[in-house]
Design a protein around this ligand. Structure first.
Ligand code: HGY
Ligand code: MN
Ligand code: MN
Length: 414
């Protein structure tokens, strides 16, 4: 195999260095948005950007931008990047690899080809995972497209009880200035990310070219009944939210299973109150995350889930609160940019397979204002959102070369 534009060892050491900020166990990362670890990671990223000879800027929400200024300052920018926050705990690669890839790609392009025609930018986005604030999803990219509601920073409260506005203040940012992060100068956004699924490994491709990103909806379901004694209350006299939750959880998972691929449904978080062995609970709250890249299948899946939730709550006489925390229809990548990436892979001698993303990504938000596309890199055993997440440095190097070559096509031709 020909030598890659980027030395895999450099990628490996950058991944390891970034993973020190928020290290969790041997290989995990817990880097929640605006935490001290997160601040340290963004500072590290900014230092790398400056070392690469790029012009560095921090915006009002905390995204960090690195520019390789183009000759034509009026032309819309070509941007690449991903997010620096993690699941709690997650792995070292989710988001982080895309941030590192952006910096390395721009640095390489600068050295090989000098100034581009259009400005190239690498961005380290503040937040994608909603792992600290349950409904913050895509905080950084939403600020860029102007989709953060004015009251959100004060309304959103993290699992730690801190509001978003307070968390931003702790990181030296003023939530009142979020609107200043909005941009209208992005023409194309290309995000490199680990696949997080099993398909590239199974089909034996190091790299994937993403054609579409799944749609999803995330709910918080809260069922309230009557707390009572576990020994003295006859089964037919109970208003038991746990019995309702069990029925709903089993039902939604089964529905997704029966509807078949590519739809998926997950219940990943449950809160029981009072959570005692001998007490019928008063309240059970749980999340439902339902997804499909097929618009009609997503609608059908969501309709079935909602009907089941209502029916069980009514039949069991439980008070129901059904909150939608995040909702996004599937997004198609821009066909021309997808073709540019496929051609870049061919030029780099990197076998690449076209595919759909089952994870959601900042690129979906950017699609509101720009042409978007994504490059995936193989995940070992398809594992992600786990400290066991791993991507080989050689695969990452192949993906970053494809990214750099695609950015070259997009930004250097007149
Ligand atoms: O849930 C997702 O797909 C994303 O990784 N946060
Ligand atoms: Mn991610
Ligand atoms: Mn993720």
């Amino acid at each position: 195999m020909a030598a890659r534009w980027i030395d895999p060892e450099r990628i490996e050491s950058a991944i390891a260095a970034l993973a020190e900020h928020g290290a969790h166990g041997e290989t995990g990362v817990a880097r929640l948005v605006y935490s001290p670890e997160w601040v340290a990671a963004q500072d590290q990223v900014a230092a790398w950007m400056a070392e690469a000879g790029l012009r560095v800027e921090r915006d009002a929400v905390g995204n960090i931008w690195a520019y390789l200024d183009g000759r034509d300052r009026e032309a819309a920018m070509v941007v690449t990047g991903s997010h620096v926050d993690s699941q709690n705990p997650g792995g070292r690669f989710d988001g982080a690899l895309g941030v590192i890839a952006g910096i390395m790609a721009l640095s390489e392009l600068r050295e090989r080809f000098g100034q581009p025609e259009r400005t190239l930018a690498a961005v380290s986005l503040v937040e994608e995972e909603a792992s600290r604030f349950p409904t913050a999803n895509f905080w950084g990219s939403r600020a860029i497209i102007g989709r953060i509601a004015a009251e959100e920073p004060k309304r959103l409260r993290g699992y730690d009880g801190v509001t978003m506005a307070e968390a931003m203040r702790d990181a030296g940012l003023d939530a009142a200035r979020i609107p200043e992060a909005k941009r209208e100068d992005i023409g194309t956004f290309v995000e490199l990310h680990i696949e997080q699924g099993p398909f590239l490994e199974r089909e034996n491709f190091p790299v994937g070219v993403v054609e579409a990103i799944t749609g999803y909806r995330q709910y918080l379901v809260t069922l309230e009944g009557a707390a009572n004694h576990a020994g003295t209350t006859p089964m037919d006299m109970r208003r038991d939210p746990m019995a309702g939750a069990a029925e709903i959880i089993g039902g939604v998972v089964d529905t997704a299973h029966r509807m078949g691929r590519p739809c998926v449904t997950t219940v990943g978080r449950v809160n029981v109150s009072p959570n005692e062995r001998a007490v019928i609970p008063r309240q059970v709250a749980f999340t439902v995350d339902a997804r499909s890249p097929l618009p009609e299948q997503r609608e059908a899946l969501l309709a079935r889930h909602e009907a089941l939730i209502q029916e069980v709550a009514e039949r069991r006489d439980l008070r129901l609160n059904l909150r939608v925390d995040s909702d996004r229809e599937p997004v198609r990548c821009d066909p021309e940019t997808v073709a540019v990436i496929a051609a870049a892979a061919e030029a780099a001698g990197v076998p690449a397979m076209t595919m759909t993303s089952g994870a959601v990504h900042d690129a979906m938000q950017m699609a509101e204002i720009a042409r978007i596309a994504m490059i995936f890199v193989r995940s070992r055993s398809g594992i992600s959102h786990s400290p066991d997440e791993f991507t080989a440095a050689e695969d990452a190097a192949a993906g970053i070369e494809v990214l750099a070559r695609a950015l070259h096509t997009l930004a250097y031709r007149p």
